[in-house]
Design a protein around this ligand. Sequence first.
Ligand SMILES: Cc1ncc(COP(=O)(O)O)c(C=O)c1O
Length: 429
Amino acid sequence: MLMGKLALTGGPKAVTLDRRKFAVPPVSEEAIAAVVELMRKGETSISPSVAEFEREFADYVGCEYGLALTSGTAALQTALFAVGVEPGDEVIVPSFTFLTTATTVPAMGGVTVFADVDRDTMTLDPTDIERKITGRTRAIVVCHVWGNPADMESILELTRPRGIAVIEDCSHAHGATWQGKKVGSIGDVGCFSCQGSKLVAAGEGGVLTTNDRDLYERAILLGRPEKRAEIREDSWIKRFAFTGLGFKYRPHPLGIAIACEQLHHLDEMNEIRDRNGAVLDAGLADVADVMPQRVLPGCQRVYNSHCMRYDPDKLGGVSIETFLRALSAEGVGIGRMRYGHLHGNPIFTEGFPYGTKGATLNAQGHDASDFANGPLPVTEHLREYAFRAAPRLETECPELIYQYLDAYHKVASAVDELLTYEKEHKSEA
Ligand SMILES: Cc1ncc(COP(=O)(O)O)c(C=O)c1O
């Protein structure tokens, strides 16, 4: 194992391999061929290939219905409408997530209620959800953050008897499972982003999944009104089907063709990422200052990102900035995640800025929830200390992982050097 002077202070780097050598091409040759074929056929807007993808995606997730949309954000907005969120209804969401898991709530007239996450899984904490449920709670949006399935058992125990809808934000979790069921098939609606960095990437795109015919038809009505023939004649929403509701979220078939190829290889790719993730986690088990996300029993995570929590107390109080700087200098592809900053922002505390003179209430005149500002102590801790521990490892690359492990061990054994560095560079912090 390589120890000695840190690269941060002029020593040799622990990681000498170029990680780009282990990357997969962003778009496969099969996907390029599928895109070209659609262009040759002139199917650049309406294409039967989108419905084929929807069928395949729904089958993969284990749902009756799949609806492709322009983005994961469109899927979340559509899901809130589909489950019947009305103006003033409260929707419980994490702050430890991407923006639109939460911002779609006020955009649809709902009142955002933030709940805290569990420190170890980094997903919504059922105890805090329970504290925040009121008579106005209509839905919960659960994010399987970075591919780690949330505690669905406890969440369903809380929501089912109360008739609260559960929307799963599966944007990081294509293929993850809970008790043998794929995420996206557990709650009432699943929402998947297929944005370019996701495990099934269309470039830009999204998919909504559900087993509920009524929800599926409402989802069609919001963003895919050209599919209105699927809305049953006796449904009360049928009379809106000709116009739709003013939104159009039909996805681009060329992007969907790319996503479809990725879906065909998803299990195989998840297995590789999983094996690599397991080697990295096992190799770091003796490094006390970093903790991987805890995976709950009965769950299989996927690695959209390999995130961990840093504990400065286990490394002599070295700040996270210095710790990450040291790893980065060694050549590890680390990064800050920047989640956990949503609560307290004006879209939640003041409302949607429809007017030109500055909104103080949300669009429907409902006050912000008592929890628009937090406090969310665990989220606020994690937003400081959660970090991306490695880049996505998508090919067999044990030699690269061993170099990363060397780097982590080297940094963990250099407390004095790190503290001295920190003292000398105080003004840069
Ligand atoms: C957790 C999460 N939810 C929702 C979204 C929104 O998806 P999109 O970018 O496709 O709109 C993202 C995208 O990064 C995400 O990471």
